[in-house]
Design a protein around this ligand. Structure first.
Ligand code: GLN
Length: 544
């Protein structure tokens, strides 16, 4: 049976618990263990799919079509293990399941309560789908002391009792702030946070102390004494120069050895960290740089495009260059050609990412036009591909080309999709149905045209699988005029009905994809589309 590592956070939010879980997973994996990482989110949404990116950052989509927390992206990027629906659960999903059971009469007349019914359901999620994993890491969202997270803490407490004594471990992530006026690091918040956790019946085994200044041994000793843990288990976690150095840094501070010691494992092999050293070397010693503009809507919050940001960096790692990202609000372009030229001329590549709604769409279409006319490398993702097709149709004479997502149109180059084939068979949706969980979600195959730019980018593959999250689709009735205008449909769904990829052969690099390749890119395995796009931007940078 798998061993469980429960990761909680204290003092403040945003301590990087997700990255910590991903890094610990990567370190255990580097020692040859098989790991899975799960996220428990205490909020009441069934999943983050209906939340604004400004609320919650990006929605990360798994192969099996779950809309999940963006931390699952960190986990997958750091471990390479494909996340699944069963790796993310929210209070909303737990309650949805319990209430459905109650309505069916499954509780046989019992009063349905937080303890035991909610806690049992949480434990079920934690224990489900274990496979042959050596370690399952469970990160609990939020901060100890939140009302919402209490049932999760209680479920952990119970699991720690019910599983074998050496089968679970608690890692608590805290903050050791530096008070500049006093010139001192303060351990009191950590002490309080551990006390709070202990009052819920959970004694942490390992403390990861985030700090901006080095944590002297005297402070480690103090934390150990007050918090009832070994001094070696108080792991200092200084701010890292980049997220890629976090696994190496935590290893150097002894995190993985302390975790293994906590489980009583003494014969673990040393981790093979060559891949991480290579990533850090590429990241810290670039041989050039390119500047890419991302023309989108949620540009005020980097987390809204988390995977995209990462995938662009990975494209840089593949080419040994630094990628400078300019986040550009598409709305600034509407109807202002001078502004467009001023903002886009300095760029070596233009990317229009996924998005929803009409706002900013004309600005996105204008930046596609700029990229096409000026022969600047262009990458359109999901909504970005749809905008490339609308721009292509307009330039081919369909002046009123638009998407039905933006209102009624006489020229629906992009339209809502209500029927499509999936591995489970025909999927059907109502045009005005529920918004939650009803998009075309998860992994779908695409067939690539031989000799196309994309088949070359994918190393000669003719069939690929990529993750989707969209409700609208390019209307293949427009294929002929678009192809006559030079925009070729080089990737289609296996049944030949849905356009998956478009490209312009007469352009240095112009590719639009209906899926989200950024979700599958990893630092040690950059996605070929991002590697190719950054390579094209590098060529462009040598021209200007
Ligand atoms: N809004 C578009 C759709 O639903 C694109 C979605 C996206 O970019 N993820 O089809």
């Amino acid at each position: 049976m798998a061993r469980y590592i429960f990761i909680t956070g204290g003092v403040v939010s945003s301590l990087g618990k997700g990255l910590m879980a991903a890094s610990l997973g990567a370190l255990l994996q580097a020692r040859g263990y098989k790991v899975r990482i799960r996220k428990f989110d205490p909020y009441l949404n069934v999943d983050p799919g209906t939340m604004s990116p400004y609320q919650h950052g990006e929605v990360y989509v798994t192969d099996d079509g779950a809309e999940t927390d963006l931390d699952l992206g960190h986990y997958e990027r750091f471990t390479g293990v494909s996340a699944r629906q069963s790796d993310n659960v929210t209070s909303g999903r737990v309650y949805q399941q319990i209430i459905a059971r109650e309505r069916r009469g499954d509780y046989l007349g019992a009063t349905v309560q937080v303890i035991p019914h909610v806690t049992d359901a949480i434990k079920e999620f934690a224990l489900a789908d274990q496979g042959d994993h050596d370690f399952i890491l469970c990160e609990i969202g939020g901060t100890v002391g939140d009302i919402e997270s209490l049932p999760f803490m209680e479920a952990i407490r119970q699991l720690r009792n019910e599983l074998e004594p050496d089968q679970t471990l608690s890692v608590h992530v805290t903050l050791v702030p530096y008070i500049a006026a006093a010139g001192e690091l303060k351990t009191k918040p950590t002490q309080h946070s551990v006390r709070e956790l202990a009052s819920l019946g959970i004694k942490p085994d390992v403390l990861l102390c985030r700090c901006e200044h080095p944590l002297p041994d005297s402070e480690r000793r103090k934390i150990a004494q007050f918090c009832n843990v070994r001094q070696e288990s108080v792991i200092p976690a200084l701010d890292a120069p980049s997220i890629y150095s976090v696994p190496l840094q935590y290893h150097a501070e002894g995190l993985d050895s302390e975790v293994l010691r906590g489980f009583g494992i003494t014969d673990a092999r040393e981790p093979d960290l060559a891949a991480w050293h290579d990533i850090v070397d590429r990241y810290e010693n670039p041989e050039g740089e390119v500047t890419i503009g991302v023309v989108g809507k949620y540009v005020g919050l980097p987390d809204a495009y988390k995977s995209l940001n990462e995938a662009l960096v990975h494209g840089g790692l593949a080419n040994r260059v630094k990628v400078n990202i300019r986040w550009i609000d598409a709305e600034v372009f509407e109807g202002d050609d001078a502004e467009i030229a001023a903002r886009l001329e300095p760029l070596h590549g233009i990317l229009v990412p996924g998005g929803f709604g009409e706002r900013g769409s004309e600005g996105k279409i204008a930046s596609v036009r700029f990229a096409r006319e000026r022969k600047v490398p262009f990458f359109g993702i999901c909504l970005g591909m749809q905008m490339a097709c609308i721009e292509g149709a307009r330039s081919a004479g369909h002046a009123s080309a638009s998407s039905t997502e933006f209102g009624e149109t006489t020229d629906p180059v992009v339209g809502i999709i209500t029927e499509w084939m999936s591995e489970e068979g025909l999927q059907k949706r109502e045009a005005d149905g529920d918004l939650g969980g009803t998009m075309r979600l998860g992994a779908y195959d695409a067939r690539l045209a031989g000799n196309s730019r994309v088949s070359h980018i994918y190393g000669g593959e003719t069939r690929i699988s990529e993750r989707h999250r969209h409700r609208y689709e390019v209307n293949s009735a427009y294929r002929e005029p678009l192809e006559q205008g030079g925009l070729i449909f080089s990737g289609m769904s296996p049944d030949g009905l849905l356009p998956e990829i478009v490209e312009r052969p007469d352009h240095p690099w112009f590719v639009g994809v209906q899926f989200h390749p950024e979700l599958k890119s990893k630092p040690f395995d950059p996605h070929p589309l991002f590697a190719g796009f950054v390579a094209a931007a590098l060529d462009q940078s040598r021209l200007v």
